[in-house]
Write a protein that binds this ligand. Structure first.
Ligand SMILES: [Zn+2]
Length: 172
C-alpha cells in the first residue's frame, strides 16, 4: 500500500468538481486501499479522493469507533436523494484543514446511494455521525469544504492558521 499526501487549504486542487468513476478495475481497488491506509495513518474518519489530488468521485469512511461496530465504507459516485428539514450540529474537523474544528449545521438525516467497489448499487438511510460524515465527504467531491459554511472572516482565519502550521512543519 502507498501512503498518499493529503492536500491542505488553500490548495486549489481541493476546489475541483471531481469526475464520476466509470471503470471498476484493479486500479480502483488499489486507490481504495491506499486511501483507507492514508486515512488511518492521518487519524481521520473519512477521506475523499480530491483530498489526495485525485479527480474522481471516490470516498472512504470508517465510523466504527462511533457506531460501535465495523463500519467501513468505500463509495463511488455517491448521490444524496433526500435530506431532512431538521438540522443537527456536529463539531467537524477535516484532514485538509488540520488542527481546526468548528460546529457545522447540516440536515440531520439523509437518504443516499452509491456504487460499492464492485460497482453494485447500495442504499443508505441514516442520521447522526454517519449522516454528517457522508455529507462532509461528499462536499469534497464538489470542491466544497466545511469551512465554507463559516463566515468569510473565520474561514480566512482557519486558512491562515493552517498555512502557519504547514510553514512551521516545513522549517522544522
Ligand atoms: Zn474533509
Amino acid at each position: 500500500m502507498t501512503l498518499l499526501t493529503v492536500l491542505t487549504v488553500p490548495d486549489s486542487r481541493l476546489r475541483i468538481k471531481a469526475k464520476p468513476v466509470s471503470v471498476f478495475d484493479e486500479k480502483l481497488s488499489i486507490l481504495f486501499d491506499d486511501m483507507l491506509e492514508t486515512m488511518y495513518v492521518e487519524d481521520g474518519a473519512g477521506l475523499a479522493a480530491p483530498q489526495v489530488g485525485i479527480d474522481l468521485r471516490v470516498v472512504v469512511m470508517d465510523v466504527s469507533e462511533r457506531e460501535n461496530e465495523s463500519c467501513v465504507y468505500k463509495m463511488v459516485n455517491p448521490e444524496v436523494t433526500w435530506r431532512s428539514k431538521e438540522l443537527s450540529v456536529c463539531n467537524e474537523g477535516c484532514l485538509s484543514v488540520p488542527e481546526q474544528r468548528a460546529e457545522i449545521s447540516r440536515p440531520a438525516a439523509i437518504k443516499m446511494h452509491y456504487l460499492d467497489e464492485n460497482g453494485v448499487l447500495q442504499h443508505i438511510e441514516t442520521d447522526g455521525f454517519l449522516a454528517t460524515c457522508i455529507q462532509h465527504e461528499m462536499d469534497h467531491l464538489d470542491g466544497k469544504l466545511y469551512i465554507d459554511y463559516l463566515s468569510t472572516l473565520k474561514r480566512q482565519m482557519y486558512i491562515n492558521k493552517v498555512k502557519r502550521i504547514k510553514k512551521y512543519e516545513s522549517e522544522n
